[in-house]
Design a protein around this ligand. Structure first.
Ligand SMILES: Nc1nc2c(ncn2[C@@H]2O[C@H](COP(=O)(O)OP(=O)(O)OP(=O)(O)O)[C@@H](O)[C@H]2O)c(=O)[nH]1
Ligand SMILES: [Mg+2]
Ligand SMILES: [Zn+2]
Length: 333
């Protein structure tokens, strides 16, 4: 196995350069536990912690290693090691973890997955199906630096899968949309066309949509535990509890993830340009350059709704996400 099999590239080699003359080695974080990480190095897998100075030097939690990161390790006896530094990420999928302290709104960037090239946004065609949530995921992916593919799983539980696919295509822009039935390993072949040596793909979506089933199906073994969804509300029971990178023998890396409950945006208004390219394009025809597409005269976006090119739900969703991003910006500064 080579570093390149795990996604190493000249970019990371350059970042590692200052460390290359001592005992340090590059490693990729493949699993995160509460107090330690599992990393892969050329010498094998190690259990590592980070040196206190890494924590002190980190400007925020977003600067601490997560699964997918490349880190600088000082190997120790007994397959152990110490993380000395985090190499700059080429992409990161983050969300906002809002909270409050002393009655004040707080925002915090939580990096969920680092150095991912492609994100499979998995959605179930059962009660999980929700166009607005997919829009939210697409917006988060556009700020991550990764590409997106939407997977609509559980075709067996839907009478009109092709119709659903078409609906998603109207909001997915240039991201491909595929149907699959992971439980019977149906239509998983198309997913292999996205795999290649050193490329990292993350599976993201709510609990119970079938992320781990998809990974098992592609791998051809029951590597990840799979759990039933609740009969009462159709939701999953958070079976996967750790993020983890799995290397495929034929090339490519897949990251399984726990289902996400809350998806607050982390990014800026520009991220909507990609995830709502249709609205941005229509906006070019609005009378006023700063048109908010609400009540202004000569609004080409609202004309688009009247003409049936755009749904009013999508425009509301756009307004909502834009509002969330501007709130975030006012908190950041
Ligand atoms: N009917 C049907 N069920 C499926 C399909 N794919 C997965 N499932 C079932 O959906 C349930 C949840 O699957 P998981 O793979 O555990 O879902 P997950 O997304 O990994 O869930 P978390 O780990 O909780 O985030 C299991 O009972 C699977 O057997 C499918 O194509 N059709
Ligand atoms: Mg799972
Ligand atoms: Zn307008």
């Amino acid at each position: 196995m080579t570093l390149e099999d795990w996604g190493w590239s000249p970019l990371f080699a350059q970042k590692f350069e200052p460390w290359s003359e001592s005992n340090f080695v590059p490693a990729r974080v493949i699993r995160g536990e509460k107090n330690y990480f599992r990393v892969w190095t050329l010498e094998g897998e190690l259990t590592v912690r980070f040196a206190g100075k890494v924590r002190h030097k980190a400007a925020s939690r977003a600067h601490l290693p997560v699964v997918g990161d490349w880190v600088v390790i000082e190997p120790q006896p007994d397959q152990r090691g110490i993380i000395h530094a985090l190499l700059e990420r080429k992409s990161s999928f983050s969300r906002n973890l809002p909270g409050s302290r002393k009655g004040k709104d707080r925002i915090e960037q939580q990096v969920i997955a680092a150095n991912v090239d492609l994100i499979f946004i998995v959605s179930g065609l059962d009660r999980d199906f929700n166009l607005r949530r997919i829009e939210r995921y697409l917006t988060l992916v556009s700020s991550s630096g990764a590409d997106a593919v939407v997977l609509l799983n559980k075709t067996d539980l839907c009478d009109v899968p092709e119709e659903r696919k078409k609906e998603v295509e109207t909001i997915a822009g240039s991201s491909p949309v595929h149907l699959c039935m992971a439980r019977q390993m149906d239509q998983l072949d198309i997913l292999f066309s996205y795999m290649q040596q050193g490329k990292t793909i993350a599976l993201l979506g709510s609990s119970g949509v079938g992320k781990s089933t998809i990974l098992n199906g592609m791998l051809g073994e029951e590597r990840q535990k799979v759990g039933a969804v609740s009969e009462a509300d159709g939701k999953g029971c958070h079976t996967t509890t750790h993020r983890e990178l799995v290397l495929f023998p034929k090339g490519g890396i897949i990251m399984d993830n726990p289902g996400m409950r809350e998806l607050h945006l982390w990014g800026d208004a520009d991220d909507l340009v990609e995830s709502f390219a249709d609205i941005e394009e229509l906006a070019g025809g609005c009378k006023f350059r700063d048109c908010q597409h609400k009540t202004e005269p000569g609004c080409a976006v609202r004309k688009g709704i009247d003409a049936g090119i755009l749904s009013s739900e999508r425009l509301s969703s756009y307004h909502k996400l834009k509002q969330e991003l501007s709130h975030l910006r006012s908190r950041k500064s």
